[in-house]
Design a protein around this ligand. Structure first.
Ligand code: NCD
Ligand code: ZN
Ligand code: ZN
Length: 426
């Protein structure tokens, strides 16, 4: 049968848009030809007139909540939400219940993703059993089962020797260690950034050092062990300084940043509304600027959402008691497109690369390319139509976003995974 995408605006090697016809057979791109040439075929045709066709977006940091927290999200709803956001490959975190810390749980997630998911799901496995920081998991069997890396996301690995052992073992099997950087002794009882908002509301704050101390420790351990070390959700200028220096010294360190840490600071938080509560917290405007510059100069490699759905009831517990986290799939591209590309700060090519070929490069994935022979994972995006963020329309079970009512452009309209249309706006 096959699939043909007509009138596709495609980014070329020079980062400019060109009008093409894309042909797909089975799960591969078979042709990217001049839009004027005619193709004889009985294939299904999608007309992408006026729209961007990009490699499917890749999100290397997401929470699907299954198994164990199905009231927040499931693999079915999470992958639907991802598809609606234009994501075709997502890497899910192991802080589920049970934690993804055994081969059986890795397989369970992969099986569910296969039967109920609509985009590709790559599972991470935990560094320590139950993410308790006490005992390493069985890295070999987790890799064998299909885990793509090790992380205790949700918490930091507090013990340096434990982290060093994890890195030594991961390096020996050519696997990355992905770190949620947080020193627990510095954040007891804290819910928001240590700064203006915390002071105003009499809340205990999360200091920048709680993140950067782990980054500093871990780049030294990465240097000593030779592991590929990837820093989760970077939010502070101090962490960035340490990553930048480590990269200069040839340490195999990579890093990610979330849209909210590029777009919001603690000064934007309207009040004690837990839809503005996430970990790491919204920092100072100075940190936001440092994150933007670090992504621009390559110190930070990729954009991830850290899609972290929670129920309305959980989020209603208030700033101090509600769980940390906001949803991200369905707003990520429109937010960054509207605020950085449409304003002329970044090129479209720059943003697309940070969400496609760069995550693929960092994690050694075959995805992230739009070329003949590549996997047919594609995202079609309307760059013109403005629409307000309405959480009621999310396919995610989570409605916890600080971006409600933001007027944005750059909305995905169709998502193709493995040559199949898995989601479309109509
Ligand atoms: N980012 C968050 O605020 N929350 C994440 C955990 C995490 O990413 O550390 C979650 O699982 O809810
Ligand atoms: Zn985290
Ligand atoms: Zn996370």
């Amino acid at each position: 049968m096959g699939l043909i995408i007509k009138n596709a605006s495609v980014l070329n090697a020079a980062g400019e848009l060109e009008l093409k016809t894309i042909t797909i057979e089975d799960n591969r791109i078979t042709g990217i030809i001049d839009a004027k040439s005619t193709v004889e075929s009985n294939a299904e045709v999608i007309d992408a007139e006026g729209k961007l066709v990009a490699p499917g977006f890749i999100d290397m940091h997401v929470h699907l909540r299954e198994p164990g927290f199905e009231h927040k999200e499931t693999i079915a709803t999470g992958t639907q939400s991802a598809a609606k956001g234009g994501f075709t490959t997502i890497a899910c975190m192991p802080n589920t219940r049970p934690v993804i810390d055994t081969a059986d749980t890795v397989k369970l997630v992969l099986d569910k993703a296969e039967s109920e998911g609509i985009v590709r799901v790559l599972p991470y496995a935990a560094i320590t059993k139950n993410e308790l920081g006490r005992e390493l998991t069985d890295f070999a069997s987790l890799k064998e089962a299909g885990a793509i890396g090790f992380t205790d996301d949700g918490v930091g690995v507090q013990n340096a020797q434990m982290m060093k052992d994890a890195m030594t073992l991961a390096a020996s099997m050519d696997m990355p260690v992905i770190a949620h950087c947080e020193d627990e002794s510095l954040v007891v009882g804290a819910a928001v950034n240590e700064g203006t908002f915390a002071t105003k509301h009499g809340l205990k704050g999360i200091p920048n050092e709680s993140e950067a101390i782990h980054v500093g420790r871990d780049v030294l351990l990465a240097e000593a062990t030779g592991v590929h070390y990837h820093v989760c959700h970077v939010s502070t200028e101090q962490s960035i300084r340490l990553i930048r220096q480590a990269k200069q010294f040839g340490v195999k360190v990579t890093a990610e940043v979330c849209p909210h840490h590029l777009l919001l600071s603690e000064e934007d938080i309207p009040g004690l509304d837990a839809n503005w509560k996430m970990n790491p917290p919204l920092r100072s405007p100075r940190d936001v600027q440092a994150c933007i510059e670090a992504l621009e100069d390559g110190t930070i490699d990729i954009v991830v959402t850290d899609h972290a759905p929670h129920s309305a009831e959980e989020k209603a517990r208030g700033m101090q008691l509600a769980p940390f986290g906001i949803v991200g799939f369905e707003t990520a591209f429109p937010l960054l497109y509207t605020k950085f590309v449409a304003t002329g700060k970044w090129t479209l090519d720059f943003l697309v690369k940070r969400m496609t070929s760069d995550p693929a490069r960092v994690f050694g994935l075959e995805q992230g390319k739009l070329e003949v022979g590549a996997l047919a994972d594609l995202t079609i995006v309307d760059l013109e139509t403005e629409q307000a963020v309405n959480p009621e329309t999310f396919l995610s079970k989570g409605r916890n976003t600080p971006f409600t009512d933001w007027n944005l452009k750059g909305w995905p309209t169709a998502t193709i995974v493995n040559g199949q249309l898995v989601w479309s706006a109509k």
